[in-house]
Design a protein around this ligand. Structure first.
Ligand SMILES: [Zn+2]
Length: 194
């Protein structure tokens, strides 16, 4: 048993030279702008320009483009679909993990900022001010560096970072603090702002 794998209607329209704009497209036959209606739920398209014959469905475009149906063995098709679903789940999972960690870091950052304000308000004659400020200055760079990593890394780098043990993560954070920023491929440097 085999299952058809075919490009979606919009892809075929693009391949036919119809520039799509949302649910409309420019017509490759009569050249009119936005005259082609595209209904993806029914896989049909239709140019409203008087006298233009550009309309039909997926089969119309496939014939026009000379594309044959592509048949895949059913097992391979299912593997392909499962692979896609798995990739979607992983992306969503990664997004949730990064979001949760960012909230936690931002929360800690706000606490440190409040502590810093309190210490400044209490003034240099209050012995607790110095301890509080020392804590703020010791902890804040690490928080900022980790936020920089979370907000600027590629998905692959994020997965490596989040699945690493704490020692490896600490080293990555220390590296960002030391170099004052983060190298992104390809060769873009994001500066760590204090
Ligand atoms: Zn037309």
């Amino acid at each position: 048993m085999a299952t058809v794998v075919q490009p979606a209607l919009v892809e075929l329209l693009k391949m036919s030279g119809a520039r799509t704009r949302g649910r409309r497209a420019d017509c490759p036959d009569c050249g009119s702008k936005r005259t082609v209606s595209v209904d993806e739920s029914k896989d049909v398209f239709f140019c409203h320009h008087a006298g233009c014959g550009f309309h039909g469905g997926i089969a119309t475009l496939r014939r026009r483009l000379g594309i044959e149906r592509q048949w895949l063995p059913r097992g391979e098709y299912i593997r392909l679909q499962r692979g896609r679903e798995r990739a979607d789940r992983l992306a969503l999972d990664l997004y949730e993990r990064v979001k949760a960690r960012r909230f936690k870091l931002l929360d800690e950052l706000h606490s440190l900022n409040r502590l810093e304000l309190l210490a400044h308000d209490a003034g240099p004659n209050n012995p607790e001010s110095w301890g509080a400020l020392a804590r703020v200055y010791a902890e804040r760079p690490g928080l900022l560096a980790e936020l920089l990593i979370l907000e600027n890394s590629t998905a692959a780098a994020l997965i490596r970072f989040l699945s690493a043990d704490s020692e490896v993560r600490e080293r990555a954070i220390a590296g960002v603090i030391e170099s004052g920023g983060l190298w992104q491929c390809p060769g873009r440097f994001v500066e760590l702002a204090f």
